[in-house]
Design a protein around this ligand. Structure first.
Ligand code: PNW
Length: 489
């Protein structure tokens, strides 16, 4: 019918950036080559291998350190406009401190960037995607307020080395996963499990570190380099299960992303109000002299507020939040106990290979419309979005193609709703080390053969589907690849 045809022909703007994303520890390998220092994932996986589901690690991973030219060739096969990747801090600064730069590390990233630029692919750099130099962890990592100075010094080296050619910098990938999973729980390195205050201490120090790195760019480099500096926050959608659950859903949103977004993007600055109040009340009842959530000084609040040129959003899924149903026993005290809500996932939402990831209809539109209203429509990039399959499903990944088409329809709805969204990065270019899940879950548009020393990459069906959308700027739901042979257009 007419209406359906019109909908199918909705187009992505010509200047909309389509790309894919990866992270250093998940793809590079070469963990101790050419002067790279040890990071917290090297340390944890080597000293505590059983924390990873298949007891694997990123020592070799997809070996992108030696395959970077093939990776850029894949970007060309996919007709990508952009590529988001992260830098390994300890490859550039082996001890984490800026007094000693590893020239081979800088050279590797120069080669990688120059190879992308040769083919007109816009590089987007993430400075920190979870692989802290181990030496800095030994000093407390994000629990030490000096992390903000160490990070700003590292950022200066990065802008100075690459900013002549790279115009998009993202300071941190996913503060929630760094702070809650790494410090407040034990589900990411450094598995501190400091449930009472770990998340909150890290949150404060991390947003200050972001702001200091932002101002290094703003004051020392922007004029000469003319780029942008932002942050990527994981924003899944948390909707109310029933109208009575709206407050519970709001608390959950504040605990998941508001705690990092509000200090930077809100007009008043500081931590989100309802969450701060809840933590203060619980802390008092638990006998603490002060709230477990540290406050910002006025000076810190002013430093952080407004310190970003764009809002990077990693979005994968949605959940329904209930004040009463499905509540679980959490450690006391902890962030989950402070929030104390239940999560409902309807049975009809298709399931991926990851426990946390279902296809939640329209979740991109819900999440980004909410952020647009709350934070006065800043520039947004979707810096990650993707779907996992089990290793045995190989190159046949119809469900990933279904997921990407649904997600990109939601992106079109989001553009129609007036959200200032400038690009979309699929997670991920190739299969890689999926953190605590090792190699048991695959996110790649390309399969990687991890048994093969060459780590051969082969396109999945979804790679052809994504390429077709990128090339044609619309979503053809009936497109089927004619063969599985990929070429460069
Ligand atoms: C992201 N959640 O993490 C990371 O940035 C990637 O490194 C990772 O490989 C990818 O997603 C897939 O997991 C997330 O619980 C971790 O909603 C957890 C969630 C979302 C993203």
């Amino acid at each position: 019918c007419q209406a359906a045809t019109v909908k199918q022909q909705r187009k992505f703007p010509d200047d909309f950036l389509f790309g894919t994303a990866t992270a250093s520890y998940q793809i590079e390998g070469a963990w101790n080559e050419d002067g790279k220092g040890e990071n917290i994932w090297d340390y944890m996986t080597h000293n505590n291998p059983t924390v990873i589901k298949d007891e694997s690690n990123g020592d070799i991973a997809a070996d992108s350190y030696h395959n970077y030219k093939r990776d850029v060739e894949i970007m060309r096969e996919l007709s990508l406009d952009a590529y988001r990747f992260s830098l390994s801090w300890s490859r550039i600064l082996p001890t984490g401190m800026a007094n000693e730069i590893n020239p081979a590390g800088v050279e590797f990233y120069n080669n990688y960037i120059n190879e992308m630029l040769r083919y007109n692919i816009t590089p987007m750099i993430t400075l920190y995607h979870w692989d802290l130099p181990q030496k800095l962890q030994e000093l407390g990592g994000f629990a030490n307020p000096y992390i903000s100075d160490w990070f700003a010094d590292y950022a200066r080296v990065v802008y100075k080395s690459f900013g002549d050619r790279v115009k998009h910098f993202i300071t941190f990938n996913e503060p929630r996963e760094i702070c809650f999973e790494g410090y407040g729980a034990a589900t990411k390195a450094p598995i501190l499990n400091s449930t009472a205050i770990g998340t909150y201490l890290c949150a404060k120090h991390l947003v200050i570190a972001h702001a200091k790195a932002y101002y290094v760019y703003d004051k020392e480099f922007r004029e000469a380099q003319g780029g942008q500096c932002g942050i990527t926050i994981s924003v899944n959608w948390f909707g109310a299960h029933t109208p009575e659950d709206e407050y519970a859903a709001e608390l959950k949103r504040q605990a998941e992303w508001g705690i990092y977004a509000e200090p930077i993007f809100s007009s008043q600055g500081g931590f989100p109000k309802e969450l701060s109040q809840r933590i203060a009340e619980k802390s008092a009842a638990q006998g603490y002299a002060k709230s477990r959530l540290p406050e910002f000084t006025d000076e810190e609040k002013a430093l952080v507020q407004g310190a970003s040129d764009f809002f990077g959003v990693n979005h994968y899924t949605g959940y329904l939040i209930s004040a009463t149903q499905n509540r679980v026993q959490n450690p006391v005290p902890s962030l989950p106990d402070d929030v104390d809500i239940g999560v409902v996932v309807p049975d009809e939402w298709p399931k991926s290979a990851s426990t946390w990831l279902t296809l939640s209809p329209n979740s991109i539109l819900y999440a980004l419309s909410h952020l647009k209203e709350r934070y006065n429509n800043p520039i947004f990039y979707i810096t990650e979005n993707g779907w996992s399959t089990p290793p045995e499903s190989g190159l046949n990944d119809d469900m990933r193609a279904t997921y990407y088409r649904a997600a990109l329809e939601s992106v079109l709805d989001t553009l129609d709703a007036g959200v200032n969204l400038k690009g979309y990065m699929a997670w991920s270019l190739v299969d890689n080390f999926e953190w605590m899940e090792g190699y048991t879950e695959r996110f790649g548009l390309y399969n990687v053969d991890f048994e093969d020393p060459a780590r051969t990459r082969t396109p999945r069906k979804s790679a052809f589907v994504y390429k077709h959308i990128v090339n044609n700027r619309f979503i053809d739901h009936s497109y089927e690849p004619e063969s599985m042979i990929m070429t460069i257009d």
